[in-house]
Design a protein around this ligand. Structure first.
Ligand code: ATP
Length: 150
């Protein structure tokens, strides 16, 4: 099967570097599906959940926006923040969701609604990524632990 190297880089780490067969990202102009040997492309990335298909199966990454560069042999995603189920702190995301919801419930008492809504959206995105990843067998956890032990 033909593959392309996917690298996901955040300000503090290289989250992922792995050969993949298909990636779906929300680019600046809408959703884009990228196969190996895709024509060169550069675009902003919208906050969302990136779907990744690889020989080992399918898994998901939550991203808080960033920049995508596609070349025929490499896809580079520079993300402001990104998590897989292997790096997500579930309790932290649940706490962030609850904090945001408590703030939104107190509407009008000096609460910055837009900020609380954005925080809730980030937490919900992380938790949704986890559900999708759990349903598809947390493939990155296996892939990453294998590459770390090699
Ligand atoms: P919190 O309120 O819990 O800090 P946040 O939505 O404000 O969450 P961000 O500003 O989006 O956090 O991210 C800051 C950094 O923390 C990023 O590197 C991001 O990957 C990381 N991060 C945020 N939430 C989690 C989480 N639940 N698990 C792992 N890393 C997280």
């Amino acid at each position: 099967m033909s593959t392309v190297l996917l690298e996901v880089v955040t300000p503090d780490r290289l989250l992922l570097s792995h050969p993949v067969t298909f990636v779906v990202v929300r680019g600046g102009f809408g959703e884009i599906g990228i196969l190996p040997r895709h024509a060169p492309l550069a675009t902003t990335v919208q906050p969302g959940i990136v779907k990744v298909r690889m020989e080992e199966g399918e898994d998901y990454i939550s991203v808080s926006g960033g920049f995508l560069e596609v070349r025929p042999d490499r896809i580079t995603l520079l993300a402001d923040a990104a998590e897989t189920s292997a790096t997500l702190d579930v309790e932290r995301a649940q706490r962030a969701k609850q904090r945001a919801e408590e703030r939104l419930a107190k509407r009008g008492e000096g609460i910055d609604i837009a900020r609380a809504e954005a925080a809730r959206a980030r937490a919900l995105r992380r938790l949704e990524m986890l559900e999708l990843s759990n349903a598809s067998g947390n493939v990155f956890e296996k892939v990453l632990s294998k590459s770390a032990s090699q």
